[in-house]
Design a protein around this ligand. Structure first.
Ligand code: SF4
Length: 350
């Protein structure tokens, strides 16, 4: 298997060009073809010599993703199901916001974290994606938006997988899409979401990055969190919050806490009061998310009025809370749904 073009950062292209006896500016030209012109054929990279184009084609693979299917919602959300070179399927979503287009990327094929409200973990972890396989999702999303003359403004690393279980590829991905010669996505427009892998939060704080961090909290106390998120047995809530404060101090960036409301489990007024007490004075934002229906778990959704009551209770503790807008409710937009459907169809036909 040849290495994949999108796995390489700019300096590695420079090194490769040097090895080939080519001037360093050729690396800039490669970046230009990959990220600005987005031409998916080496033989059309017309400002490179024929010989160099052939050497590139002999040494690298330009295609990581084949589109199996895509669905477009009435609200503009687009969901892609991509096939990787080894046959695994992953999901990528474009969401339309007033402030611009955001792309949600996947970092792993499946997930081993085991959050009880999540469909993506049901089949376990198959493998990590490479940085280039994550970059290619954004490039494909940008190609789709090119048709309408639009661009990707922000990226959320919140699709299938736990990004900090694929740490090196995630950080490399951030550096590639942030590169001024790459897709030029500003660091402040990139958000990583983690279930709370404490050592990686510490490590991430030292990367010198200015990206947003979102913590999947989903419970106001350790007992309940352990039941909903087995990861909390390894990294208890108290340790997690300490790591979060450390991250905020080092980076000067406020965190967001994600809280999926699950009917009767964590959505009662007493949970809101406990969460308010836990986060009061932190200055952090809580993002309330109506949980996605997962048939295997039999979880129910919290009614809208109850969500707003939960929000008001948090605000009474001066904790800022927003209710996440739902995207693509008329398509299989919940994380893992489209992939799960595809896997079921594959199973039935084999
Ligand atoms: S919510 Fe994220 S970390 Fe938890 S099981 Fe699902 S994909 Fe994994």
């Amino acid at each position: 298997m040849k290495p994949f073009v999108y796995d390489r950062i700019h300096t590695e292209w420079k090194e490769w060009m040097e090895e080939q006896g080519e001037p360093a500016f050729r690396a800039d030209q490669v970046m230009d073809w990959l990220y600005r012109k987005r031409v998916p054929r080496f033989d059309e990279w017309s400002n490179l010599s024929h010989g160099l184009r052939e050497r590139l084609a002999d040494s690298f693979n330009l295609h990581a993703l084949e589109t199996i299917t895509s669905q477009q919602s009435a609200d503009g959300t687009v969901k892609f199901l991509f096939q990787l070179h080894d046959g695994h399927a992953i999901e990528t979503v474009i969401m339309r916001h007033q402030y611009g287009n955001s792309v949600c990327v996947t970092t792993q094929v499946g997930c081993r974290i085991g959050c009880t409200f999540c469909a993506s973990t049901l089949g376990g972890l198959k493998r990590n994606l490479t940085a280039g396989e994550i970059v290619a999702q954004v490039v494909e999303a940008q190609r789709y938006l090119d048709q309408a003359g639009e661009r990707v403004r922000s990226v959320v690393i919140m699709g299938i997988g736990e990004p900090f279980e694929n740490y090196d590829a995630t950080v490399r991905f951030i550096r590639i899409i942030n590169d001024p010669l790459g897709l030029k996505i500003g660091q402040r427009h990139i958000t990583v979401s983690t279930s709370g892998i404490v050592p990686s939060i510490h490590r991430f704080a030292d990367e010198g990055l200015q990206v947003g961090l979102a913590i999947s909290l989903h419970a106001p106390n350790q007992e309940l969190r352990k039941r909903l998120m087995p990861v909390s047995r390894r990294y208890p809530l108290e340790e997690l919050l300490e790591a979060c404060h450390g991250y905020e101090e080092k980076t000067g960036r406020r965190l967001t806490y994600e809280y999926a409301l699950i009917g009767g489990k964590n959505d009662q007024p007493e949970h809101a009061h406990e969460l308010g007490q836990l986060l009061t004075g932190s200055g952090s934002l809580v993002n309330l998310i109506p949980v996605n229906y997962v048939p295997e778990r039999n979880y129910t959704r919290t009614p809208r009025n109850q969500i707003f009551r939960f929000q008001r209770i948090l605000e009474s503790y001066q904790v800022k809370a927003t209710v996440r807008r739902e995207h693509g409710s008329d398509i299989d937009a919940a994380c893992g749904q489209l992939r799960a459907k595809h896997m079921n169809t594959e199973r039935q036909s084999s």
